[in-house]
Design a protein around this ligand. Structure first.
Ligand SMILES: [Zn+2]
Length: 61
């Protein structure tokens, strides 16, 4: 499984959503009302499936 990441709009860094998915699952998924307390900037970011990028090779954090 790959880690589903979103980009923090404040810091521009990728942050882990706590969800593990593959791309076919991202395409089939709908995330509604998801919010993430951001470890980068301290704000809470709303996100959905359109925001997801997968960390497949372990780069970035
Ligand atoms: Zn943030």
């Amino acid at each position: 499984m790959s880690r589903a990441m979103i980009r923090c709009p404040e810091s521009g860094r990728m942050i882990y959503t706590g969800v593990n998915l593959e791309w076919d699952e991202v395409a089939a998924s709908r995330f509604v009302g998801e919010q993430l307390a951001c470890p980068r900037c301290g704000a809470t970011h709303a996100w959905n499936e359109n925001d997801i990028e997968l960390d497949e090779d372990g780069c970035g954090d």
